[in-house]
Design a protein around this ligand. Structure first.
Ligand SMILES: NC(=O)C1=CN([C@@H]2O[C@H](COP(=O)(O)OP(=O)(O)OC[C@H]3O[C@@H](n4cnc5c(N)ncnc54)[C@H](OP(=O)(O)O)[C@@H]3O)[C@@H](O)[C@H]2O)C=CC1
Ligand SMILES: O=C(CO)COP(=O)(O)O
Length: 327
């Protein structure tokens, strides 16, 4: 089969290798002509030390994607709406989309599937999410991921397209939790990075991870997701990998924040998308709107957007009213 990937960053390209290993021809949309030319001549990108398969090519012409039945969307969450508005007219009317981005839209508080639902039949939409860093998947390190959709047939088709001996794909029809867990674990990875940057120890990180899990489950259940999904690959699994891996952009950004670097500078220093930053604001806005208690998210919001010091945010969390653990 021929499959298109919209967005030639690290994750889009790592997945192009998986699809190509599974005997598909892959065309990747790179909007930047220079990057496209470098990829087509070298089969490499600057950000990953990987030789990509020969049957992966790149195009900077979106019209080249008009005949695909399956498109993987791998652009940063905050760019999805604009990208869709500009490009949907070029795609087949009955195209199936597999989105692999992780985040909540600023301004609307929408999950990614809710943005796509404004443009396509939601039964043609699916996501792929789990503990999978591009740096490892692209060199075929065994990994597990989850395919989710409101359409069981599409969910299984996506499982079928991606599964192989190093990439194990599960299915889970609880798309609300899969999306929310994927987005909110990045908030916690930032917070855990901050603890590391401040020089705090493993005790602090374990506490933030566990209390943070409690917090994102509360948000997820309120928004209609199932608690159990948060304890699977898309929640606990992805939280573990993002909060502990040297590859994590969010954790690395958190370490910089913990060392006193401001939000505006952190993005430039990482050089890749740090989804947790806008998602923190989007979730903070949701918490305000629905009067939800999300203490870690709120303190992180104050650090990122109100200039609060990381130390005083931590002090606030430690001096909250005493309470029972599981309430
Ligand atoms: N990296 C990883 O390990 C994983 C990432 N993800 C998620 O995947 C998504 C993408 O992340 P990642 O690949 O790491 O990010 P990168 O920062 O590596 O790349 C983002 C890519 O998106 C492109 N892009 C941005 N806006 C548009 C647009 N409007 N149209 C087309 N292309 C666009 C950029 O193009 P340009 O170069 O021209 O700016 C760039 O190539 C994020 O939501 C991330 O959370 C999920 C799992 C793993
Ligand atoms: O979602 C990811 C791994 O599953 C990638 O996380 P980072 O964006 O923090 O690197």
């Amino acid at each position: 089969m021929k499959i298109g990937i919209i967005g030639g960053g690290t994750w889009g390209l790592a997945l192009s290798n998986v699809l190509s290993d599974n005997n598909n021809d892959v065309l990747v949309y790179m909007r930047d002509d220079k990057k496209k030319n470098i990829f087509n001549t070298s089969h490499r990108i600057e950000k990953l030390n990987v030789d990509f398969n020969d049957n992966i090519t790149a195009s900077s012409n979106i019209e080249d994607f008009s005949n695909f039945n399956y498109l993987v969307y791998a652009v940063p969450t905050q760019s999805i709406r604009k990208s869709l508005e500009e490009n949907i007219k070029y795609f087949k009317k009955d195209v199936n989309i597999i989105c692999v981005s992780k985040g909540i839209e600023l301004g609307t508080g929408k999950r990614i599937s809710e943005i796509f639902a404004e443009h396509i039949d939601i039964d043609r939409f699916s996501i792929l999410t789990g503990p999978t860093h591009a740096e490892e998947v692209s060199v075929r390190i065994p990994s597990a991921i989850v395919s989710s959709s409101t359409n069981p047939l599409l969910m299984e088709k996506v499982q079928d397209l991606f599964i192989n001996e190093y990439f194990r794909v599960y299915t889970n029809s609880d798309i609300i939790s899969c999306e929310l867990a994927a987005a909110t674990k990045n908030i916690l990875a930032l917070a855990i990075g901050i603890c590391e940057g401040l020089g705090y120890g493993d005790n602090t990180k374990a506490a933030v991870m566990t209390r943070g899990m409690h917090e994102i489950v509360r948000l997820g259940e309120f928004l209609g997701g199932k608690k159990e999904t948060f304890y699977g690959l898309t929640g606990m699994g992805d939280l573990i990998v993002t909060a502990t891996s040297k590859h994590s952009r969010n954790k690395r950004a958190g370490i910089l924040l913990g060392k006193g670097i401001k939000r505006e500078e952190v993005g430039n220093k990482i050089g890749m998308i740090v989804e947790g930053i806008p998602t923190t604001k989007a979730c903070y806005d949701l918490a305000k709107k629905y009067k939800l208690d999300l203490p870690i998210t709120s303190e992180l919001y104050s650090i990122l957007y109100e200039g609060k010091s990381v130390k005083s945010a931590l002090e606030n969390l430690m001096s909250r009213e005493r309470k029972e653990e599981l309430i």
